[in-house]
Design a protein around this ligand. Structure first.
Ligand SMILES: Cc1cc2nc3c(=O)[nH]c(=O)nc-3n(C[C@H](O)[C@H](O)[C@H](O)COP(=O)(O)OP(=O)(O)OC[C@H]3O[C@@H](n4cnc5c(N)ncnc54)[C@H](O)[C@@H]3O)c2cc1C
Length: 516
């Protein structure tokens, strides 16, 4: 076939590069007659960013699809189970101010919108406690499954917390053992164009020119193909999402039996927020802050204050964040995936999931020939431009709903000129209409309307609807509230402590997935 896409070149060996390589290989090299070759080039001198420890439940599917055993992943990556996020101090900053965004959907979410009914019945429980059993599991430090639950199956929906450096290493090891991937440790120093404007090859320091039909830019913030070569504009988002620096530390547990949190703890600070992620052997903690609203010295002092008496032992890694994304991720025969396509900030862990969705799309729609590539590129660009806008709205929502007044950071976050029009429109709509399926109509939304409900209800946003529910709707809602309490009681009795399950997995592994 003419112009067939056979040679794929990936530039970058961070999490994005290896995740894309493994998904492509698992799908497109599985048949003996497959003739797709994959080359991955990574620099020895430019290290992967080495952060990014919170994932979405989609990671289970990604790992399963590339054939990594869940037990192996948990052991090798120091991984733990993540059941959502807990937000501390985001609304007022008072001690009692916290809410959950669990991964479990509200009870019967497909058929019944519980938000209006929760608002109507007096709210003796938080929304997340009234509609989902997962908050209680998190509060009691319970795991989302039992040792007898097969690999990747769940009792409660979960993603992971993981050691980012170990994860990239595991993906690399797995790829090189299981798939046929040419791995070059080398620096790309030049990009060479074909007559039609495609990339014909990249020149490397040691291995010379590497040609390809499709180039995947996974070169991190450097974005050497999409940004450097094609100069696709970078759309900055600092006027909307203010944080631009991170101070990251790793902290050992005080003792070997300390409980391991099963949510990402996100604690609001005067000029940003602190993430706190529990792995098996240590915690990963970082203050993401806006340098317009605090100095590095102040931010460091606040981080040390958060760490308390443990602060003496830590080394601080400083990372600059340029919030934004390229105008489009696919240009000619080059597609950017990962940080090379953009990054906003770590809130709600939206980055690795974008890598997963991009890789999944590419695997599914891998252009067969050069002539179909432009059509696929157009659709990919449309889908991911929409995704960036949706993620920006969702992240900004957390800041907009805050009532904190302790720093200009929080006050400026509520200034209308910093709020995207699309979010302003949704907020105006939700004054009188409860968010539900109409608010997330596309398949594969990263943040569905359930996520919006958890944040809106958690941060005290009240909808004043003019419409009344029918008797049938009221009855179904009451049934679902009751069912949720029954399920909560049952799971609290049967699920193990998080640390206990992780120790059992290390000892016995997990039962294989059921097939067929
Ligand atoms: C502070 C912070 C916190 C984050 N937290 C989260 C989180 O909780 N959850 C989440 O999902 N995401 C998070 N992220 C994002 C996450 O870290 C990234 O999505 C993920 O690590 C993927 O990075 P990458 O592979 O695109 O880039 P990198 O890890 O930077 O890898 C880039 C690769 O390109 C190679 N390279 C660069 N230049 C060249 C060259 N000239 N020649 C050859 N190779 C080259 C490098 O050697 C490296 O292998 C966070 C990011 C930051 C900054």
């Amino acid at each position: 076939m003419e112009n067939q896409i056979k040679n794929i070149v990936i530039v970058g060996g961070g999490t994005a590069g290896w995740m894309v390589a493994s998904r492509l290989a698992a799908k497109h090299q599985s048949q003996p007659q497959a003739n797709i070759s994959i080359t991955l080039i990574e620099s020895a001198s430019v290290k992967p960013v080495g952060v990014g420890e919170g994932t979405w439940p989609s990671m289970r599917n990604t790992l399963k699809s590339i054939g990594i055993s869940e037990a192996e992943f948990i052991i090798e990556c120091d991984a733990t189970f993540k059941q959502g996020s807990k937000f501390n101090g985001w609304l007022t900053g008072e001690k009692s101010d916290s809410f959950y965004h669990p991964f479990e959907l509200p009870q019967d979410f497909a058929n019944c919108n519980l938000l209006p009914h929760w608002q109507a019945v007096g709210q003796s429980l938080s929304f997340s406690n009234a509609v989902s059993f997962q908050q209680k599991l998190c509060e009691q430090g319970l795991a989302p499954k039992q040792i007898t639950t097969p690999e990747y199956a769940s009792v409660a929906n979960y993603g992971y917390h993981l050691n980012a450096a170990k994860f990239a290493t595991l993906l690399q090891k797995h790829c090189l053992k299981k798939f046929s991937i040419k791995h070059l440790v080398d620096d790309v120093i030049k990009v060479n164009s074909a007559q039609n404007g495609d990339i014909a090859s990249v020149t490397t320091k040691v291995n010379g020119d590497i040609s390809g039909d499709l180039f995947i830019d996974c070169s991190g913030f450097a974005s050497i193909l999409l940004g450097g070569h094609y100069k696709v504009p970078f759309i900055e988002q600092h006027d909307t999402l203010f944080v631009d620096h991170a101070l990251a530390v790793q902290l050992p547990y005080q003792d070997e039996q300390s409980p391991i949190a099963t949510t990402t703890q996100s604690t609001a600070m005067p000029a940003g927020w602190i993430w706190d992620i529990g792995l098996q052997s240590r915690r990963g903690i970082g203050y993401v802050y806006s340098s317009r609203h605090t100095s590095e010295i102040e931010a460091e002092a606040q981080l040390m204050n958060y760490l308390g008496k443990d602060s003496a032992q830590v080394d601080i890694k400083k990372i600059k964040i340029k919030a934004g994304h390229r105008a489009h991720p696919w240009e000619k025969n080059c597609i950017a995936i990962g940080l090379s396509a953009g990054f906003l900030e770590p809130l709600e862990a939206s980055s690795l999931v974008q890598v997963e969705l991009s890789a999944e799309w590419l695997c599914d729609q891998l252009p067969a020939t050069r002539s179909t590539m432009d059509i696929i590129a157009k659709r990919f660009n449309e889908a991911f431009t929409y995704r960036w806008a949706r993620i920006i709205d969702f992240l900004k929502l957390h800041y907009v709903l805050s009532k904190r007044t302790d720093n200009e950071f929080w006050l400026e976050n509520r200034q209308p000129e910093s709020i995207p029009e699309s979010l302003q429109e949704s907020l105006a709509l939700w004054q009188h209409h409860y968010p539900w399926h109409h608010d997330s109509e596309r398949s594969n939304e990263i943040f569905s309307s359930a996520s919006y409900q958890y944040i809106l209800a958690g941060m005290g946003f009240n909808t004043q609807s003019k419409h009344l529910s029918s008797n049938e709707e009221n009855a179904l809602a009451m049934k679902n509230f009751t069912r949720n309490q029954a399920v909560t009681t049952k799971y609290l009795q049967h699920l193990p402590q998080h640390r206990q399950l992780l120790a059992q997995i290390r000892q016995y592994g997990l039962a294989p997935m059921k097939t067929g």
